[in-house]
Design a protein around this ligand. Structure first.
Ligand SMILES: [Zn+2]
Length: 375
C-alpha cells in the first residue's frame, strides 16, 4: 500500500521489557532474545519500523478474561504457597511465575500495540513474535499460555474491521481462540493442527464448526504426525482461497507457532521453514491488513530461524544461508546454517486422508456460503 509519504513500513513490536517477559516463561526461556538477536544480526531492523510495546491495562485484560481469573493472576504470586495444583489451570504446564501479573500485561500489551497500529492504518502488516498464546481460556491458563493476547488483539481489530480471519498454523489446535469466538459470525477461526490420541489439547476435529450464530465460522483442519511441506501446503491452499472468497475478511491474524517445524520436541510435524514460508506467501497474497504472531516453538533455535525467515519473507529480502556472527552465534552450531532440513519420519497422512479432510471442510464452507447468501 502506498501513501503520499511512500510505502507503509512493516511494524515490528519489540522492546527489552517485552522480550524479558516473554523469556520468563520457563519452557521458552531465551527464545525471544534469540529471535530478536537473529533478526537484528541479519540487518532486518533497518527495514522495519520497530515499535515498543505498551503494557496492557487491567481493564484491557478483562475484555476477555473473567473477573475471578484476573483477580487470581494479580494475587497468585503473593499467595504462591496457597495455590493448589490446577487452580485456574496453574500447575504443571503453567507454573506461578515471579512478576506474573506484570508479565501477563506486557505479553497482552505487545499484541494490542500491534493491533492498534493496524486499526489506525499506520501500517498494513504488524509482527509480534512475543505473541500468539492461543491456548489461554477466558477463566484459566493452559498449555504454557497465561493470557490470550490473540483474542485481545482480535477484539481490538474488531473496533475497526468488521470481519476477521484468524489463521492458526501452530502444530496444536488453537482452542482458546476458537472457544472465545465459538458463537461469533464476526471471526472465522481456521486452525491446522496435528490431532491424535494423547496429543494436546485433543480438540479440533473437522466436525467442530462453531455454535449458534457462530455455526460454520470455526474451521478445523486436523492432520496426523509427520506431515510434509507438500501435504501441509496442499491442505492450506485447498481451503484458504475458497474460504476467503466466501467470507471476504477485512483483516487477518496469523499465528505462526514454530512447533510445526521439524525437530520440535513437542510437535510431530515435518515442515521446514521453507515450506512454512509458502503458507505465509499465501497469507500475504490475500493483501489484507495482517497481524503476524508467534506461538509455540520448543526447539528455540528453530523458532528463531523460522521467525527470522518469515520476517525477511514479509519484507521480501533474501537472507544469507549462513548465520551471521552475533551474541548467540555459538548456539547455532555445528552447522551455523539458517536452513532446517526435514526429518526422516514418514508421514502418517495419505493422499486419501488429506482429501477426505479437505472434502469435509469444503462441505462446511459451502454451508457458510449459503449463510452469507453466496450460494
Ligand atoms: Zn503449539
Amino acid at each position: 500500500m502506498m501513501t503520499a509519504k511512500g510505502p507503509l513500513r512493516v511494524f515490528y513490536i519489540a522492546d527489552p521489557k517485552l522480550l524479558m517477559c516473554c523469556d520468563a516463561v520457563p519452557i521458552i526461556r531465551h527464545r525471544a532474545c534469540l529471535t530478536h538477536s537473529l533478526i537484528t544480526a541479519y540487518g532486518l531492523l533497518d527495514k522495519l519500523k520497530v515499535i515498543p510495546s505498551v503494557s496492557a491495562s487491567e481493564e484491557e485484560v478483562r475484555k476477555f478474561h473473567s473477573e475471578e481469573y484476573v483477580d487470581f493472576l494479580k494475587t497468585a504470586e503473593v499467595n504462591k504457597e496457597d495455590v493448589s495444583e490446577d487452580e485456574f489451570g496453574l500447575g504443571f504446564d503453567c507454573p506461578v511465575l515471579e512478576n506474573m501479573w506484570m508479565i501477563v500485561k506486557q505479553i497482552a500489551g505487545g499484541t494490542l500495540t500491534a493491533a492498534r497500529a493496524l486499526v489506525s492504518r499506520e501500517t498494513n502488516i504488524a509482527i509480534n513474535w512475543c505473541g500468539g498464546w492461543h491456548h489461554a481460556q477466558r477463566d484459566s491458563a493452559s498449555g504454557f499460555c497465561y493470557v490470550n493476547d490473540v483474542v485481545l488483539g482480535i477484539l481490538e481489530l474488531r473496533t475497526k474491521f468488521d470481519k476477521i480471519l484468524y489463521i492458526d498454523l501452530d502444530v496444536h489446535h488453537g482452542d482458546g481462540v476458537e472457544n472465545a469466538f465459538l458463537f461469533s459470525p464476526k471471526v472465522v477461526t481456521l486452525s491446522l493442527h496435528q490431532m491424535e490420541a494423547g496429543f494436546f489439547p485433543g480438540t479440533g476435529d473437522e466436525k467442530s464448526i462453531g455454535l449458534g450464530k457462530g455455526r460454520y465460522y470455526a474451521i478445523n483442519i486436523p492432520y496426523k504426525a509427520g506431515i510434509s511441506n507438500k501435504q501441509f501446503i496442499h491442505l492450506f491452499e485447498s481451503i484458504l482461497y475458497n474460504l476467503c472468497e466466501v467470507y471476504m475478511p477485512d483483516a487477518i491474524v496469523c499465528q505462526c507457532g514454530a512447533d510445526v517445524i521439524s525437530g520440535d520436541p513437542l510437535g510431530g510435524a515435518n515442515i521446514t521453514p521453507e515450506g512454512f514460508k509458502s503458507a505465509i506467501r499465501h497469507v500475504l497474497n490475500l493483501s489484507k491488513p495482517t497481524l503476524f504472531l508467534g506461538g509455540g516453538g520448543y526447539n528455540k533455535i528453530n523458532a528463531a530461524k523460522l521467525w527470522t525467515l518469515v520476517t525477511a519473507s514479509i519484507l521480501n529480502i533474501p537472507l544469507s544461508p549462513e548465520i551471521p556472527e552475533h551474541q548467540y552465534f555459538p548456539h547455532y552450531g555445528p552447522s551455523f546454517e539458517l536452513e532446517v532440513t526435514a526429518g526422516l519420519r514418514k508421514s502418517e497422512n495419505t493422499e486419501k486422508s488429506l482429501d477426505d479432510t479437505i472434502r469435509s471442510v469444503q462441505y462446511n464452507i459451502e454451508h457458510l456460503a449459503v449463510l452469507l447468501g453466496k450460494k
